[in-house]
Design a protein around this ligand. Structure first.
Ligand SMILES: NC(=O)c1ccc[n+]([C@@H]2O[C@H](COP(=O)([O-])OP(=O)(O)OC[C@H]3O[C@@H](n4cnc5c(N)ncnc54)[C@H](O)[C@@H]3O)[C@@H](O)[C@H]2O)c1
Ligand SMILES: C[C@@H](CO)CCC[C@@H](C)[C@H]1CC[C@H]2[C@@H]3[C@H](O)C=C4C[C@@H](O)CC[C@]4(C)[C@H]3CC[C@]12C
Length: 369
């Protein structure tokens, strides 16, 4: 942390601050960053919950804006000391065009970097993704790997491709001279599948289970591990990195860190049942109920239906070839790089993360309880 003379002096900008992760980062900053003077929250869609934050000691400035618009980004960044760039288009279901995903995730990130350079903002934390690494299209397992584990990263899908390109831009920008002549310090955080309060896909599975009479049907073998990390821990890692970048620039600048905690290694479906089970849902089958070839067929059929129906409606089911490959390929991380480099320890234990997530599911309208 900077010395006490700097207390309450810093201006932070969080892009995508009204998203699932962004909201947790915003709330964590307000709770845990004593140097904060102003917190700017930049998002395409501002949430009504922002109003309640405006009564505290930190100035909270909500900015409705689009990262693809360079001038809007530049105006938001001007005068900020730190930028946490979480804004992104997360779409693996074919809801948006590849061009739009690229525009938001890659050009949007380029705009953020250029705005930092022009404004003299020195610290940039980027929310990357595990998908920058994999799973790859060959379905090769990444078993408890770390930041140095060799893995053939091949991206065909627009979302991981855009995240990989954006991450590369951020890392390459490390060391660029910003206005005033000092170097930009950047770093990329790679969460695995984030879960916790506000997780839309968990919500979707819950409602699907309710519609199916309290049951979900196993589609993925229990032996396939999928990495998951609690949103509060991911948010804390962002806050800590933002704070430590100044003091450990030589060590942390241009680095990537997986976001990790003590969440157990499980299959995607078994992991979800940790929360959905206590909320009254049941996962039917100890083994997948449908043969894999049939899932592949159904996933391909969904792509065809999406294409055929596109002129009439948006058909974007959870199952498609990409999501099937994601769920069906082991991808888990085991690393302590964040602890070694900047003293990260997950503030939320697995028990607490689980309890908080269960409470959130239970509070949802139409609970099975
Ligand atoms: N959810 C996960 O499991 C996960 C895992 C790894 C990485 N990530 C990354 O974390 C970040 C946040 O993801 P999330 O799950 O909170 O998604 P989210 O969709 O809930 O949040 C993204 C936010 O970005 C905003 N946004 C989108 N387009 C924008 C634009 N053009 N201009 C300004 N704001 C825009 C959205 O309005 C939203 O509030 C993303 O960069 C994503 O790639 C997410
Ligand atoms: C075959 C289905 C039977 O139940 C299960 C489909 C599950 C998929 C919808 C999800 C499996 C893995 C998820 C992704 C993963 O957790 C990591 C991600 C990285 C992040 O950057 C964005 C979200 C996501 C792509 C996430 C999306 C949903 C899955 C593909």
């Amino acid at each position: 942390m900077a010395d006490s003379a700097q207390a309450q002096k810093l201006v932070y900008l969080v892009t995508g601050g009204c998203g699932f992760l962004g909201e947790h980062v915003v709330r964590m900053l307000l709770q845990q960053e004593p140097q904060l003077r102003e917190l700017r929250i930049f998002d395409l869609h501002l949430g009504p919950w922002l109003e309640e934050l405006k009564t505290g000691p930190v100035q909270v400035t909500a900015i409705q804006g689009d990262v693809t618009q360079a001038h809007e980004v530049a105006a938001a960044v001007a005068g900020a000391h730190v930028v946490i760039h979480t804004a992104g288009l997360v779409d693996v279901f074919g809801k948006t065009s590849p061009e739009t995903i690229h525009e938001v995730n890659v050009q949007g990130t380029r705009n953020v970097i250029e705005a930092c350079v022009q404004a003299g903002t020195r610290f940039l934390v980027y929310t990357s993704s595990m998908e920058v690494v994999g799973p790859n299209i060959k379905g090769q397992p990444f078993y408890r790997g770390n930041e140095n584990t060799p893995y053939e990263a091949v991206h065909r899908h627009p979302y991981p491709r855009s995240k990989a390109l954006a991450e590369q831009l951020v890392l390459e920008a490390n060391g660029r001279k910003v206005l005033g002549g000092l170097p930009l310090v950047t770093c990329a955080l790679r969460p695995t599948g984030i879960y916790g309060e506000g997780h839309q896909i968990m919500r979707d599975f819950y409602h699907q289970g309710l519609r199916l009479g309290g049951r979900l049907f196993r589609a993925i073998p229990a032996s396939v591990e999928h990495g998951r990390v609690y949103v509060g821990n991911v948010a804390w890692m962002h806050v800590l990195v933002a704070r430590e970048l100044e003091h450990r620039a030589a060590l942390m600048g241009g680095q990537v860190y997986f976001c990790y905690d003590n969440s157990p290694y499980k299959s995607y479906e078994d992991f979800n049942m940790e929360f959905l089970g206590p909320c009254g849902l049941r996962l039917v089958g100890t083994r997948p109920l449908l043969p894999y070839w049939l899932l592949v067929f159904l996933a391909a059929l969904n792509v065809l239906l999406q294409w055929l129906l596109r002129p009439l409606l948006l058909y974007a089911p959870l199952l498609n070839p990409y999501t099937l490959a994601m769920a069906n390929t082991t991808f888990t991380v085991s690393t302590d790089k964040a602890r070694r480099h900047f003293g990260y320890e997950p503030p939320f234990s697995w028990e607490e993360s689980r309890t908080r997530t269960i409470r959130w599911v239970q509070a949802m309208e139409g609970s099975a309880q």
